[in-house]
Every structure is written in structure tokens, then in C-alpha cells.
Design a protein around this ligand. Structure first.
Ligand code: ATP
Length: 813
């Protein structure tokens, strides 16, 4: 069989063993030593990495995880043994099998699978059964608020097993499962166990990053488990009820460290002990910035936040900040530790004047809008507080985001993550930031589709902007946490923040990402922007952020509704419902009888009013209808339009032909000569790019597309037509509607933009209600899909916490 196919098969298998990978949970390839572990790790199903070179290895990991070869791992282990003080403390482990300490590592990683007879709660999360009752209030902020039933649904044990299997790090669980079989009898540690764990430790060490953070995952103690308390100070339910409960074997370990633990073992009965222990360790070990709080495992932080959120009362509205530069700084936020790492390096909002001239050169913008200046001068921003800002579509939000990024790169000398929803927008943002990168000497890295490396390459001299899709941003963050490099990032900008409420899975990924950033205590400033959030204050509360809103639109956008042969102007200031739709004009186009029968909604006529001189986007409910509507429009358009930009259309056709290996979709072939195309997920990325470029350059004057283009790339139009008030089978919501019509009325496309929503007579009432309703509220979607979002978040946190605890362990040994 072809080597490539073998690789794919292996990769596919490993994908199947880890259903968490897709949401950015970390996974690592297994390496040589795992082969020897397999008889003992019965749950380990991932095949060892057979690659002989890093390149081969990487080719098999679609998430670009760092993957070392066996030889490299051995080499690294050797180097560590020789050169690293921390590893020196680890290497004697092989010889000291009787000195163990199990307690220290438990903390967040303590997972107890035993059914609790008294409470019926079988699953414990991070060492604690969640028996939290929720007082639910309809107005309660739903962000991250989880009730018990949802948490109970999290099948954590099996899921964590999956997760650990996927990383071949199941020592803990394996030993715990032994306990189950033996009815909590403590088995004697076998020689094999010792070897396995020591091998595992060596492997972990060798897998460590190139700095000193080599990872030893576990340590065990001889101390009995009736004294055991988790590191995280949460008392284990089973331990309270069953004092004879003992933890399993005692393997591997550093003697000096062990002495320390044995002396203090008795103190573990006290819940508050763990922090003291860590405090003392901090004193013992001269490692900078090793405070107990910052060393608290990430999973623990998130878990506490989740628990405390359950009973969180409705939070007060944060202040709507509209502060000018001269105003007094507000010191109310808990983010005070973020204060002032921001230094002006020039007169242009803290940046050199060169930035201003580059904005003019590359974007044609000579002056900022007043709101942009106001926003950039916010004291909150200068104090590096989190911020959410909301303005209507086309308000110029992106420019502010880009300025903030530049400020982060040059004034704070830290990297920035720019999170956008779609691959196409990532590419667009990379294209627009790249010239700045060249001129100002920073890197722009693309994290979308197959692109992006986990963890990103270390740059010593230049800063980097990571432009990433939501999923990639999560993967990137995980990899940076794992590599203990989160301090390199100072800012995370989230475009289209309303996607937190997306119920199709992306919302929970975004919420998970933001939650991690919030509770990481890495002083990462979060800035979110959106045009369509009804409950901005709640989102701001969730993000511990200040708010900035303004109702600014540089180009007027007129909204219309078309019903039968009448066009109504939407009057948003109507005093009564009857005045909400005001008749603007009756439509009459010179249709032939045949044309009238195939286009009763007169879409062709409405499109024909603006093209070919101006551009038009037609949003359709389904992919199929995009193609049908495009053909329908062509069939009623005058034939003279075929002559318009004929040569450019031919060139486009040739490009599409070569892209499609000599063939073009028959529908496209038919409609392209009219300057019309369709755009939906059925096209390849390259085809989409070609069509978008042709539209932007004016070769195409009309695109029939699905709603995804609305939040997509910058494809402005003079007129936007909504073929129907439906997206798929669902009646459209206000947020999607605003996003779609927001493609019209953009700077450089005339003094006014227009949107026309086509509806049937029996839909008019619903349309009126839609247009007059307040903006949709964004709520958490972690609980949707059987709590998959919360499962992923907790598991990922547990996984990362394991890594953090491992690193902590290494530091103190
Ligand atoms: N100060 C400015 N002067 C002139 N044009 C500007 C200015 N700021 C932004 N623009 C232009 O306005 C257009 C829309 O800006 P941008 O895409 O940033 O809006 P947005 O608020 O992010 O819109 P959306 O929410 O629809 O994505 C862009 O073409 C941008 O170049």
C-alpha cells in the first residue's frame, strides 16, 4: 500500500480515539517507549509514531502538533540529564523506587470514578462531586452558568480516559482502575509499574519544550490516602465518607522532595494545607514568578469559576465607557494587575507617525472617524482592561482592532491573537496586515484550515500577530499554555463576538477560549467587537470588560421590504405598527410574458436596476437556490450585458477552468458571461477566491450567495437583496439579517446603500415583528448538544492542568 495511505489510516485511527481533538484539545503523538507500555496501558489505543523524521511526523498531524522522533526524544532526554538542574532531580527516580509521593500531583488531576452510593452522583469532576443547587432566574446571566444536571451529564471519567488515551498518558487512570477492580485494595507496585512510570517520566522529559520545562507527569507517595487531600483544596467526597480509602501504589521519585512531603504529610488532612505546601515550596525553590496562585492548575481555576457562576446573581450593568483621554482613569475593575504595560512610542495613538502614513498608503484612510479616535483614547484601553465595542456594520471596527494590535506589538512588545470566524476572513486579514508587517517588521501568521503550527515558532526579535479561526485560536492557546509560553501573548481580539451564542458548536468553542484566557491570569487583554449583540452588557460582564457603543455608520443604509409588486421603506422610527412599512413605489419591469412567469418575484428586475455599473448581492436560503436564482436572473436580464467587461469575464472563465482541471460547473459556465456567479460552500476555496476577486474588481457585478458570505470577506454592494426571510428552514433572526444587509452601504460604494427583503404576503406580519424587535441576545451555548461544549472545556482544562501540574512538579523537585 502507498505510504501516504498508511499514514492517513493511522491518522484516522488516532482521530477516532480522540473525539476531543477537533475542538482544540491538546494531543501529542506517542513515541517509541510507548510500545513497551502497551501491555500495561490497556486503554492505550493510539499507535506509536513510526515516523523517522520530524517532517514525516508532522505530515501526519493535521493540527500541526509538535512531534518528535524517537531519536530526537532520546537525544533531548540525554541533553536534559546533562544540562538541566531540574532534570537532574528527576533522573535518580529510576533508582529510587521506594521513595514515593502520590499526594502532590493529585490536585486537579484527581479523578474518582467510584459511584457514590449516597448521592447517586457517579462522576466527580476534578476530585469533587458537584452537588450544587441552582436558583434559576429567568434573567440570570447565562454566560457560563451551569446547573447541576448539566454537569452531571458530563461523563467525565470515560471522557477523560479517552482524552488521556489519545495522549498516551493514562498512568493515573490506569492505576485508579486497578483500584476499582480490587475494591479499593492497594496493590503492590510491581517492577513493571516502576519501569513504566519511569519510562513515562523520561519520555515526558524528552518531550518537553526546548526550555527547562521538561514534563514529569506524576509522582507518588508512600503516604496512605486517608491523608490524601487534593492540591486544589476541594475535599474529596469519597474521602469524607470512607476514611479507609487508599490511593494506589507508590512509584518513582525524588528523595529530597519526598522527604519534604513525608514531613508534611499529616497536614494534608487540613483542606487549606495545599497552598501552604506550595508556598513553602516556593520559598525552597528559587524560581521566579512561581507564586502559588499563578501555579494553580488552569482546570482548577475554570472549575471554580464554573461553580461560582452557578449561583451568580444578575450582574449589574457595567458602565458604558465613553471616556476621553484626559479623563480620570477608572480603577474599578479586578484587572488592576493589568495596569500600564502600555507605553506610547509615538504621537499617533501611541504609535509612530509612520503607522498613520502606512494606513493612508495601504487602506486609503487619511483620518480616523471621531468614534475611532475616541475609542483608541479610552482610558480603559490604556490601562489594558478588557473591552467590548459595538457599532453598526461598516462602522470601521476593524481598523480600531488593527491599531490595537499594532499598539500591542510595539508598545507592549507582545504578540497578539486576532480571532475571526471564517477561513476566508483569516486570509483577508492576513493579506491586509502583511504589508504592515513588512514595513513595520513584525510577523503575520495564518492559523486557518491546514495552516498554523502548534505551538508557534518562537520569535526572539520580532512580534507576531496570529490571525486565526475560532477553532485554531483555541488550539493555538492550548499549545501555548502547554509550552508555558502564554506570557508571549498580550492581546486577543475577537471579531464577531456575537458568535459566542452560536448554537452549532462554534459558540461553545469561542466561549471556552475566552474562559481560558480569562482565568489564565496571564494578563491577556481581551477585546471583542460586534455589530449585533443585544445584551452587550452581559457579554461585557462575562469578559470583565468595559463597553463602548456608538451608532455610527459612514454611509446611509436604506432598508426596504418587497411584497408582491410593492416596495416598502422600513421606518424604524414609526410611532405605530401601521407606519412601520411605508409604501415607497410600485414595481414594474418590462418583462416578457415568459420572463414574468419564471420570475414572479421580479428579482431579475431588482438586480437589473443596479448592475452592471454597481454591484448587487443576492442572499438565498439554500445552496441550491443560489444556483437557481442566478440562472433565473440571467434569463431575464437584457442581452447587452454580455458585452460588459467581456475580456475580463473570459479571463475569469479560463482561470476557473484551469482551477477545475479543465472543467467548470455547468451553471457557472452559463451565468459567468452575464457577470453573475453563485457562491456557497460547494465551491472550492480557490474557486471562491477567484470569484471574490472578480467581484471586488468589478468583473462580476452580482453574486447569489448563502448567508455565510454576510459575515465573510469584505464584498460590499450597492444593493443587497434577501431572496426570502429564511435561512435554510429557519426564519431569519435580526442579527443575521443585520449582518447580511450590512454588506450594502459601505464606504466607496456611493452615498447610500439599499437592502431589499423579499417576502410573501403571509410573511409580512412576521417580518414586521422581526424588524421592530430588539437585537438578539447572546447566551451561552456550552450546555447545548448534550453538554458537549462543557465537556470539551472541562476536559481540555483537565488536560492542560495535568501539564501544568507536571511542570509544577518538575519545578519543585
Ligand atoms: N476612518 C476611516 N475613514 C474612511 N474609511 C474607513 C475608515 N475606517 C474604516 N474605513 C473603511 O470602512 C470600510 C468598513 O470598515 P470595517 O470593515 O472596518 O467595518 P466593520 O465595522 O468591521 O464592518 P463589519 O461589522 O461589517 O465587518 C472599510 O472599507 C474600511 O477601509
Amino acid at each position: 500500500m502507498d505510504e501516504e495511505i498508511v499514514r492517513k489510516v493511522i491518522y484516522r485511527k488516532s482521530c477516532l480515539t480522540s473525539r476531543y481533538k477537533q475542538n482544540g484539545c491538546l494531543r501529542r503523538h506517542s513515541h517509541g517507549p510507548i510500545n513497551r507500555h502497551q501491555p500495561i496501558f490497556k486503554n492505550s489505543s493510539i499507535k506509536p509514531c513510526m515516523a523517522s523524521t520530524p517532517q514525516q511526523c508532522r505530515r501526519r498531524t493535521t493540527d500541526n502538533s509538535e512531534c518528535e522522533t524517537r531519536t530526537q526524544a532520546k537525544d533531548k532526554a540525554k541533553t536534559c540529564t546533562n544540562s538541566n538542574v531540574l532534570i537532574e532531580n528527576v533522573t535518580p527516580l529510576k533508582r529510587q523506587k521506594t521513595k514515593h509521593n502520590f499526594n502532590f500531583i493529585k490536585g486537579i488531576t484527581s479523578l474518582d470514578g467510584r459511584p457514590d452510593k449516597h448521592t447517586n452522583v457517579c462522576r466527580n469532576i476534578c476530585g469533587e462531586s458537584f452537588s450544587v443547587t441552582t436558583v434559576k432566574s429567568p434573567t440570570q446571566n447565562q454566560m457560563l452558568s451551569l446547573d447541576e444536571s448539566m454537569l452531571a451529564r458530563v461523563d467525565l471519567d470515560s471522557a477523560v480516559k479517552d482524552y488521556c488515551d489519545s495522549q498516551n498518558r493514562n498512568i493515573n487512570l490506569d492505576i485508579q482502575s486497578t483500584e476499582h477492580e480490587d475494591h479499593y485494595h492497594v496493590p503492590n507496585p510491581s517492577e513493571e509499574h516502576f519501569n513504566v512510570i519511569n519510562d513515562e517520566i523520561m519520555k515526558s522529559s524528552s518531550q518537553g519544550s526546548d526550555d527547562s520545562s521538561c514534563k514529569v507527569r506524576t509522582q507518588y507517595s508512600e503516604s496512605r490516602c486517608d491523608k490524601y487531600r487534593p492540591l486544589n483544596r476541594i475535599q474529596h467526597k469519597d474521602m469524607v465518607t470512607n476514611s479507609s480509602y487508599c490511593m494506589a501504589p507508590h512509584v518513582g521519585i525524588n528523595s529530597a522532595q519526598n522527604e519534604h512531603f513525608q514531613i508534611t504529610d499529616s497536614a494534608w488532612v487540613n483542606d487549606s494545607f495545599s497552598e501552604d505546601v506550595i508556598n513553602n515550596m516556593d520559598k525552597d525553590i528559587p524560581i521566579s514568578n512561581c507564586s502559588p496562585l499563578s501555579n494553580m492548575p488552569l482546570g482548577e481555576k475554570i472549575k471554580r469559576a464554573l461553580i461560582s457562576n452557578v449561583q451568580k446573581p444578575v450582574t449589574p450593568k457595567p458602565k458604558n465607557v465613553q471616556v476621553n483621554a484626559g479623563d480620570e482613569p477608572q480603577n474599578s475593575s479586578s484587572n488592576t494587575e493589568k495596569l500600564s504595560t502600555f507605553f506610547d512610542i509615538g504621537p499617533f495613538f501611541g504609535l509612530p507617525l509612520k503607522v498613520k502614513s502606512l494606513i493612508q498608503k495601504f487602506k486609503g484612510i487619511s483620518d480616523l472617524y471621531p468614534w475611532q479616535k475616541e475609542c483608541l483614547n479610552l482610558v480603559a484601553l490604556q490601562q489594558r482592561k478588557n473591552l467590548v465595542y459595538a457599532l453598526p456594520t461598516s462602522g470601521g471596527k476593524t481598523l480600531v482592532a488593527e491599531m490595537l494590535i499594532l499598539r500591542e506589538l510595539f508598545c507592549s512588545r507582545k504578540n497578539a491573537i486576532f480571532v475571526v470566524p471564517y477561513v476566508a476572513i483569516v486570509q483577508e486579514k492576513v493579506r491586509s496586515l502583511a504589508p504592515f508587517g513588512l514595513e513595520l517588521d513584525f510577523f503575520v501568521e495564518e492559523y486557518a484550515a491546514g495552516k498554523g503550527q502548534y505551538p508557534p515558532p518562537k520569535r526572539r526579535r520580532k512580534q507576531t500577530v496570529y490571525v486565526a479561526t475560532i477553532e485554531k485560536a483555541l488550539g493555538l492557546t492550548n499549545s501555548l499554555i502547554e509550552a508555558q509560553r502564554m506570557k508571549e501573548v498580550g492581546l486577543c481580539i475577537v471579531d464577531e463576538l456575537h458568535l459566542v451564542g452560536d448554537s452549532n458548536g462554534r459558540g461553545s468553542v469561542l466561549e471556552g477560549l475566552l474562559t481560558k484566557l480569562l482565568y489564565l491570569q496571564a494578563s491577556i487583554q481581551i477585546v471583542g467587537m460586534s455589530a449585533t449583540i443585544g445584551n452587550l452588557h452581559e457579554i461585557a460582564t462575562f469578559l470583565d470588560a468595559e463597553m463602548f457603543t456608538q451608532d455610527f455608520r459612514p454611509v446611509e443604509l436604506k432598508e426596504y421590504v418587497k411584497c408582491e409588486n410593492k416596495l416598502y421603506a422600513v421606518n424604524l422610527r414609526a410611532a405605530c405598527p401601521d407606519e412601520f412599512l411605508m409604501l415607497e413605489r410600485k414595481l414594474s419591469f418590462s418583462y416578457s410574458a415568459a420572463a414574468a412567469s419564471i420570475d414572479p418575484d421580479m428579482i431579475g428586475g431588482l438586480v437589473g436596476e443596479v448592475i452592471p455599473k454597481s454591484s448587487c448581492l443576492v442572499f438565498c436560503p439554500t445552496k441550491k437556490s443560489c444556483e437557481n436564482v442566478a440562472q433565473l436572473i440571467c434569463s431575464v436580464l437584457p442581452k447587452e450585458i454580455l458585452q460588459y467587461k467581456k475580456e475580463e469575464k473570459k479571463a475569469l472563465y479560463r482561470a476557473l477552468t484551469s482551477e477545475g482541471n479543465g472543467s467548470v460547473c455547468p451553471v457557472l459556465r452559463k451565468i459567468l458571461p452575464f457577470g453573475i456567479a453563485y457562491h456557497h460552500s460547494g465551491l472550492t476555496a480557490d474557486e471562491k477566491n477567484l470569484l471574490q476577486e472578480a467581484y471586488q474588481s468589478g468583473t462580476l457585478c452580482c453574486i447569489c450567495c448563502t448567508s455565510t458570505l454576510a459575515a465573510g470577506v469584505n464584498l460590499p454592494a450597492k444593493r443587497v437583496i434577501l431572496r426570502s426571510p429564511y435561512i435554510g428552514r429557519d426564519f431569519i433572526n435580526l442579527s443575521r439579517y443585520k449582518q447580511m444587509i450590512g454588506r450594502a452601504g459601505r464606504v466607496g460604494f456611493g452615498e447610500m446603500g439599499e437592502s431589499i427583503l423579499i417576502c410573501k404576503t403571509n410573511e409580512t406580519q412576521k417580518v414586521k415583528e422581526l424588524l421592530s424587535s430588539p437585537m438578539d441576545e447572546v447566551t451561552s451555548s456550552l450546555h447545548l448538544n448534550d453538554g458537549l461544549g462543557i465537556q470539551n472545556l472541562v476536559l481540555s482544562a483537565v488536560g492542560l492542568a495535568q501539564i501544568q501540574v507536571s511542570c509544577l512538579t518538575i519545578r519543585v523537585t
